[in-house]
Design a binder for this molecule. Structure first.
Ligand code: SF4
Ligand code: SF4
Length: 506
């Protein structure tokens, strides 16, 4: 991605960059609730981890909230019907991904009744065993709503096992243009604080620190009011600086602790969740509701009426845009379509891709917002090094990657790169540094997958060899046994014959 002119200036004294946030007026407008569309398109892979497996048949009727695809494996999440209706197909659709590749999805035709299945909530979540909360959150298909879409229950139960002490709640929403978290903190602060208390109970953490960037004064005020008198939930304004919302940065700013390179937040007693996720956890536990909708920011110069829209998961982006007010000039000035934020989101090939659980934004950019220039040679100014929030050497890493020296790039910290894009944005030579890192990570992931496949093939071949050897051995043993039995029978027969001969009267 490259939105070179989002930034008016760079904070020179520290990591990160300070973009114009482009959050208003969308952030200041009330959330609009979009009616259920006629069809919903539900990819089986909406989360990090294994794709869900369909448990419905074409033609089957389902209620709103009914399980339609179950989780597969330790890291996965189930998918539920966002409305009542009929399963129209299980087929391939365009994924919300720049490749435009297809994904398996369940298509649900709405019946217009929007009828819930029977729900079973819990009035007193604090009486539940923490492990039970994890189970219910997993069953509700809750994933991180900040964009990463990591299954939330895995983090809750992992935190409990790792005995974390601090729950860091990410209300930073540092990506420009996005304001869905801001809006939810303003509108549903009490629900978020309740969700945070449930998450504290589930994780065993002693305190929750809620980091909110100081460019969201209304959200800070609402959350402070909701948390007043709640001893273990602290609202902490943090400076607006991109990428403040990345896990390692937020932990460091709020706790002063540093996540070790190659380490995890658990290792220092911390777990991080998004504020929107707290609302989903609350709905799952108190009301028994699975995650079937989310708030999405529609924004960008081409959006006729920017704002935040509550939509059912599976709604096509084109329908969300139409509901939000369409595109200016019928989209003639449209230069780029993005799902998620402008920094870490994804460019998409057309609008006929569905909103998934992790979709925080639908952005329609004009040429002025995506102005790109031909890259020039590196002038070794060091700006990228200064901006990198992970303390990496982007210019050195990109040079190694250009030469396909991936191991050297890993040695320089490639695996710590969070693909935030700060380096590329500040580069005066307009070198698309982050694209090198994303490409290299993709290559390494492909190599890892190929290695896993090879290892699996080798294992299968060895297993086959072992099986054939065992079968041959068993066959030989059986033949030997039969032979021995035959010989024993012959000896016995001869002995019987001899005995009979001795007894004969001559
Ligand atoms: S090297 Fe990675 S982490 Fe550092 S600024 Fe660039 S994209 Fe961000
Ligand atoms: S910011 Fe760009 S020009 Fe400056 S050192 Fe980094 S790669 Fe080179």
């Amino acid at each position: 991605m490259g939105f070179m002119n989002l930034f008016k200036h760079v904070l020179g004294d520290d990591w990160g960059v300070h973009p114009d946030d482009h959050k208003r007026p969308a952030a200041d407008r009330p959330v609009r609730v979009m009616p259920v569309p006629a069809r919903l398109y539900l990819p089986l892979q909406q989360h990090l981890g294994g794709p869900a497996r369909p448990v419905v048949l074409v033609g089957q009727s389902v209620k709103k909230g009914e399980l339609i695809a179950e989780a597969q494996g330790a890291v996965s999440a189930p998918i539920h019907a966002p409305t009542s209706g009929t399963i129209a197909a299980v087929t391939e659709i365009t994924a919300p991904h720049p490749s435009g590749l297809t994904l398996q999805a369940i298509i649900l035709e709405a019946d217009g009744l929007d009828e819930w299945q029977e729900l079973s909530g819990c009035d007193d979540p604090f009486a539940l065993d923490p492990a039970e909360i994890g189970k219910r959150v997993a069953a509700a298909g809750v994933v991180g709503l900040g964009g990463a879409a990591f299954p939330s229950a895995v983090k809750l139960t992992g935190a409990s096992r790792s005995k974390v002490t601090t729950l860091v709640m990410n209300g930073g929403e540092c990506e420009p243009y996005l304001s869905c978290d801001d809006r939810q903190m303003r509108d549903s602060a009490a629900g978020i604080v309740d969700g945070i208390r449930i998450m504290l109970h589930a994780t065993g953490a002693k305190v929750a620190l809620v980091g909110i960037e100081d460019n969201k004064p209304e959200a800070i005020a609402a959350m402070q009011a909701a948390a007043a008198g709640v001893a273990n939930v602290e609202i902490r304004p943090v400076p607006a600086r991109y990428p403040m919302g990345s896990e390692k940065q937020l932990i460091q700013v709020l706790t002063g602790k540093e996540v070790p390179a190659d380490g995890r937040a658990f290792d220092i007693g911390v777990v991080v969740h998004n504020v929107g996720t707290a609302l989903a956890v609350r709905a799952a536990i108190r009301e028994g509701k699975p995650l079937i909708s989310r708030v999405v920011t529609v924004n960008g110069n081409c959006a006729a009426n920017p704002g935040n829209i509550e939509v059912r998961v599976g709604t096509l982006a084109e329908e969300v845009i139409a509901f939000a007010g369409g595109l200016k000039g019928d989209g003639l000035g449209l230069a780029r379509r993005v799902m998620g934020g402008p920094m870490m989101g994804m460019q998409i090939p057309h609008w006929r891709v569905p909103v998934v659980k992790g979709s925080s934004g639908i952005l329609a950019f004009d040429a002025a917002e995506v102005a790109e220039q031909e890259p020039n040679p590196c002038i070794r100014c060091g700006s990228c090094v200064k901006a990198c929030p992970m303390g990496l050497l982007p210019l050195e890493m990109s040079a190694r990657i250009r030469n396909e020296a991936y191991d050297d790039a890993i040695g320089l910290g490639l695996k710590d790169c969070i693909a935030c894009g700060c380096c590329a944005y500040v580069c005066p030579s307009k070198i698309p540094l982050v694209q090198f890192f994303v490409h290299a990570k993709g290559e390494l992931a492909a190599q890892d997958r190929a290695k896993l496949r090879n290892d699996a093939t080798k294992k299968l071949a060895l297993q086959r060899q072992d099986r054939l050897a065992r079968e041959a051995r068993e066959k030989a043993e059986a033949a030997a046994k039969r032979k021995a039995e035959r010989e024993a029978a012959a000896v016995a027969k001869a002995a019987a014959t001899a005995a009979a001969g001795q007894g004969e009267v001559v």
